[in-house]
Design a protein around this ligand. Structure first.
Ligand code: GLU
Length: 481
């Protein structure tokens, strides 16, 4: 079978984690099987339309490296299929469905529909127009009475509509639980319920992959395929993404969207990798996978029915794994906007800083907290020298710094290695404990107890003149204690 999948987002805002996952699985499944991946913008519901949302979908997919395979011409490439641009044809399909008995015209006005829901307590259409005579229908249409077209569920037959979902197994819904939903609205536009069926058929979609909120509407859609005489596609509904054990990750949980992840300093391959693991487990143990590896490994057998919890700590961990693999030069490029926003902006060599950071950082927005101290030396807290366990105090630090200053001054190389030699020689004299010496130097040079690298690494970064100046300033302050 020539496998064809599609991603069919509605342009309602940012690209949320759940949407991106649906998109990714559709893409991976198609690519894994040498198939075709289609992008279709479902914008027939003008009320939900958000300005700029189509562009976000487009740019997200481009940044994520997810390319669709066909569509109308756009700037020399493929644009997506856009439902609103295809709106003219849905009415003809709906009329065809009417002719085949799968739908009917409904002329009920709002006032009648309102009484209906008030009387019964539940909003379910009562099939009032299903039994109109052909003559009635024609005269109403002729006289310009507004109408919608509704699906005709043959409740009188008392049937059950079932299908086998590739993830959730057999799903059955009795006709009596279904409603004759609107397929064509009074403005002539199709509803999602109709357009998805027509388009999936016309686009020859073999596997419909989407969120599980459509799991129980699908039997209704299948009745339309049957009434048209079309083959049903196969379905793969995806479990929900949860914020915790009981709460769905909602769109309101603002930062769970692609743009925000980028902003926080997640790398694209890490985002894609993590999202792929939300609801799918690879058969092996390997969790860190790039797009090619994901494509190779993706298998519907690993897709779980139960909701998966969005675990930002794990995503951070995965991101750190990607960062560790970068060279300082590569890291400096992606990290530049974050360095530029930090206090060290323009004052240090970013590649040198990157050498210290790649093994110590999870996401790029943590950069400032790791490097800002370089510029926060002035007036640091002298209590940083106190450490009971090491028998360390400002007094001991003063002795150490006074003794080390001339030794360091005579180091002309001023590299981490050359300073290590100086420090080790001093340790070997045995006057002070290693821990005391390192603490004194680290605080004396950086004014911070927590630095991304060791004291000598930090001194190399700061350069000789600045380091010596800082040690001297620390000595001065300690003398005043
Ligand atoms: N437009 C629908 C949505 O964004 C797509 C559902 C589907 O994939 O069929 O939820």
């Amino acid at each position: 079978m020539d496998i064809r999948t599609r991603f069919a987002p509605s342009p309602t805002g940012f690209m949320h984690v759940g949407n991106l996952r649906t998109c990714l699985y559709g893409y991976l499944f198609a690519k894994k099987n040498g198939g075709t991946f289609v992008l279709r913008i479902e914008d027939t519901d003008q009320e939900r339309y958000v300005e700029g949302a189509v562009e976000i979908i487009y740019s997200t997919l481009a940044k994520a490296g997810i390319e669709h395979d066909e569509g109308p011409d756009k700037d020399g490439g493929y644009g997506p299929y856009i439902q609103s641009e295809r709106k003219g044809m849905y009415l003809d399909y709906a009329k065809d469905l009417v002719a085949k008995g799968g739908a009917y015209y409904c002329f009920c006005d709002k006032a009648r529909l309102d009484t209906l829901s008030n009387d019964s307590g539940i909003k379910k259409y009562d099939k009032h127009c299903a039994s109109l005579s052909q003559a009635d229908i024609e005269s109403k249409i002729k006289s310009g009475t507004p109408y919608v077209i509704r699906q005709n569920i043959r409740t009188e037959e008392g049937g059950v509509s079932s299908y086998d979902d590739m993830v959730f197994g057999t799903i059955s819904v009795p006709y009596s639980d279904m409603e004759d939903g609107v397929l064509i609205k009074s403005d002539g536009m199709p509803t999602y319920n109709f357009a998805n069926v027509v388009d999936d058929h016309l686009m020859k979609i073999t596997h419909v992959i989407r969120g599980m909120e459509y799991l129980s509407s699908t039997p209704k859609y299948n009745l339309m395929y049957d009434a048209f005489g079309w083959d049903r596609p196969l379905y793969m509904h995806l479990p929900q993404i949860m914020k915790d054990a009981t709460h769905k990750l909602s769109k309101r949980y603002g930062d769970a969207n692609f743009e925000d992840f980028l902003e926080k300093g997640y790398l694209v391959p890490a985002i894609i990798n993590y999202i792929a693991l939300l609801g799918w487990s690879p058969s092996g143990n390997q969790e860190k996978m790039d797009m090619a590896e994901l494509t190779e490994a993706f298998d519907v057998k690993g897709v779980s029915k139960s909701g998966s919890i969005f675990d930002e700590a794990k995503m951070r961990w995965l991101n750190a794994e990607y960062i560790k693999e970068m060279t300082p030069e590569q890291f400096a490029i992606v990290a530049k906007p974050y360095f530029d926003k930090s206090k060290v902006a323009g004052k240090y060599d970013y590649v040198q800083l990157s050498k210290l950071l790649t093994s110590r950082i999870e996401i790029l927005s943590d950069i400032a907290s790791k490097v800002d101290f370089l510029e926060e030396f002035k007036g640091y807290d002298l209590a940083l020298y106190d450490n009971k366990k090491n028998k360390m105090s400002g007094t001991v630090a003063l002795e150490i710094l006074e003794k080390m200053l001339p030794l360091l001054q005579s180091d002309n190389d001023w590299t981490n290695d050359s300073m290590q030699v100086v420090v080790n020689n001093f340790i070997e004299q045995g006057e002070y404990k290693k821990g005391q010496i390192f603490l004194a130097l680290r605080v004396g040079v950086t004014g911070s107890g927590m630095t991304p690298g060791g004291a000598t690494e930090m001194a190399e970064l700061l350069g000789k003149a600045e380091s010596i100046r800082r040690i001297s300033e620390s000595i001065e302050r300690l003398r005043g204690l």
